[in-house]
Design a protein around this ligand. Structure first.
Ligand code: MTE
Length: 327
């Protein structure tokens, strides 16, 4: 069921790829003029090693308002936090460019208020909600989680948000709701790089409903105690710390409950490289590089990758599944 979305953030039907149409990766690369250059998708290829602490450029994010954080939880083994300037200047946000420095440079054009989130699909209480109204019932909490990118670098970040389950339950998913799909904003007026078509937009991600309801799955509205900078996915993004970073859709405008597994952006353009599950797994290499170790941003030596990124409490979600097949 398609619903009307506020005029500030239209999701045009033409922007929504039917789930039946899974883009063939080669066709996609050919369309982009990249056929035969499979390595050219810079964002999710193993990048050049992260540079230690990016210069402390005091961008507009320095003035972001503080959030009223009610509770703090350390969930990254007391590891050293990645400096704020690295967290906010080494980003993947293709709508603002493919270079890691592009989002911080270009995302100033994103307007994060007013912001509407549409909730629809298999639930009893769908609707469109102003973001501030949507967030208001939730006490904000800080959770220090690791973010592990599929490109084999990682960070330790104090995120601010609230459990995704608490949000989803309010819309009363019905018994057919087996998955949850997340749509990022796709507005070429605010995101000039969209026209380059590096990815099919809007950026979409998805979780199985039990993954989405797991207490670790987190809706993020801030980091380091302050409002989320645009380049990190303002005003609201997902964070599933046991999964690769590509699962954490940024600047979310729509949440849809579905009966069947929804199409997700990276999986649609390269299923052999980016699985639907995207669980961090040192034993399942990316076809073009090893996932056995990772480089923590700002550190010199690689660390071994931990299964589920060091969050073994999620393992029961996958009991009996062949994680080499469902990567
Ligand atoms: N969401 C959107 N809409 N567009 C993107 O390009 N990149 C993903 C994810 N969410 C991306 C996105 C990838 S590949 C990663 S690793 C994380 O965002 C990076 O989050 P960060 O920039 O806050 O570290």
């Amino acid at each position: 069921m398609l619903i009307r979305v506020s005029p500030q953030h239209p999701i045009k039907p033409s922007e929504i790829t039917p789930e039946s149409v899974h883009a063939d990766r080669r066709q996609f690369l050919a369309r982009m003029g990249l056929a035969g250059a499979g390595l050219a998708l810079a964002g999710c290829s193993e990048a050049k090693p992260p540079q230690p602490s990016v210069s402390a450029a005091a961008g507009p994010e320095a003035a972001l308002p503080a959030l009223d954080v009610k509770k703090k939880t350390e969930m990254a083994g007391n590891e050293k936090l990645t400096p704020y300037d690295d967290v906010t200047h080494y980003n993947n946000y293709y709508e603002f460019g493919t270079d890691k420095a592009d989002p911080a440079r270009n995302a100033g054009t994103l307007r994060t208020r007013p912001w509407t989130v549409a909730i629809d699909g298999e639930c009893e209480a769908p609707g469109q909600f102003d973001l501030d109204t949507l967030i208001k019932p939730h006490a904000l909490e800080e959770r220090i989680y690791r973010l592990r990118c599929v490109e084999a670098w990682s960070m330790v970040i104090p995120w601010v948000g609230f459990p995704l389950a608490d949000l989803l339950k309010r819309f009363k998913p019905n018994s057919r709701a087996k998955f949850v799909q997340f749509y990022s904003l796709a507005d070429a007026a605010q995101m000039p790089m969209i026209k380059r078509g590096v990815l099919p937009y809007p950026y979409r991600e998805g979780l199985r409903i039990d993954e989405a309801m797991h207490p670790l799955a987190f809706m993020v509205v801030g980091l380091y105690g302050k409002v989320l900078p645009n380049q990190n996915g303002a005003p609201i993004r997902l964070m599933t710390p046991w999964k690769y970073g590509f699962k954490s859709a940024k600047s979310i405008v729509r949440i849809r409950f579905t009966e069947t597994q929804p199409e997700t952006t990276w999986n649609a353009i390269g299923a052999a490289e980016y699985g639907f599950y995207g669980n961090v797994n040192p034993e399942v290499d990316h076809p073009r590089w090893s996932q056995a170790s990772e480089r923590r941003l700002g550190e010199l030596f690689r660390k071994p990758t931990l299964p589920f990124n060091g969050y073994p409490e999620v393992a029961p979600l996958y009991a009996g599944m062949d994680l080499r097949r469902y990567y």
